[in-house]
Design a protein around this ligand. Sequence first.
Ligand SMILES: *Cc1c(COP(=O)(O)O)cnc(C)c1O
Length: 395
Amino acid sequence: MSVKNGRQFLSIPGPTTVPDEVLSAMHRPAIDIRKGELVNVTARLKDDLRMITKSKGMPFIYIANGHGAWEAALSNVLCRNDKILVLESGSFAGGWGQTGGTIGLDVEVLPGSWRKSVDPEAVEERLKSDKSGDIKAVLVVQVDTASSVVNDIPAIRRAIDNAGHGALLMVDTIASLGTMDYRMDEWGVDVTVAACQKGLMMSPGISFTVANEKAMAFHQKANLRTAYWDWTSRQGSEHYQTYAGTPPVHMLFGLQKAFELIRDEGLDNIFNRHRLLAGATRAAVAKWSEKDEFAFNIIDPDDRADSVTTVLVRDEQKLGAIHEYCAEKCGVVIGVGIASLSGKALRIAHMGHINAPTLLGTLGVIEMSLNALSIPHGKGGVQAAIDYLAASVPR
Ligand SMILES: *Cc1c(COP(=O)(O)O)cnc(C)c1O
């Protein structure tokens, strides 16, 4: 017995659902890669990247996933044995730091909690004690997709400034860009890392770095630069140099369409939609958590991201049964816990191409699984989500 039909619905925090318009935009013949339309597509995409990061900085487009952009960001601004300070609040800043370790950086992790945002005071204190300026860059994620925390980037900038420290501030926005506000220039971020397959609604394979003037100055002295990632060679006058080779033609068409959708809806509307659908998710999870089988991973409600919600589940077998039921009986793929939360959590994604029916459908399917599997939970999670949305979205 099953009630699934048609498309599998992805409620995982990346890759996310790709809108039909974006899929269709890729279904067309290839065009010249040296001149004409594609050159304009690239120029527009760079403008789109400045628009969405709210930056006048220099964007670079990579044929790579987020891990590639991590390496691109570090190798373009740093030297062998430079120290980087990684701000822990989940899995991903640490992963980025490990990438740095493999290319010859000296990685220091500022320990944090998987259940809280980065503490700016701890950052300030550590940087103040770095009298000789050994730390060259501070790495942080805006949203950690494993813990579902959101970090306060302006507060971290203030911490660096209060310490009078000259390190670069490098921010991974892979799980937040296009889901919540981000102001690279206003917030004083030196390097932004992003990727296309989460809030930007494109199929995976393209990622980005954006660099400000301070980062470009570091770049001049960096000795970890390599041919493929190198910002300087990518600024060459020939179009192929932008991509260090053949451009990913069809992916650029798709990405261009995704940005068209983003511009049409408007960033503020997009952020509001994410905030509301995240609020609905949290209303449901709060209900379910009235029985102690379930709990929010992120303790302080102000620290919870608008793009993904990580829910701790006490019993690993029940957790597995929920995932299996949602996928096999209903065709909905719920995110699993990863890294230290593997086997301990589920993750409900609410980023990118999501709306009230898809989100309420996902919550409904999860609640259905709890009923069908007789897993103790506070009743009325979906009703709470509906009540929240009805009260928040007036006629
Ligand atoms: C998904 C994600 C990554 C990794 O991206 P890949 O495309 O899988 O390499 C890095 N950082 C954050 C915050 C993410 O959410």
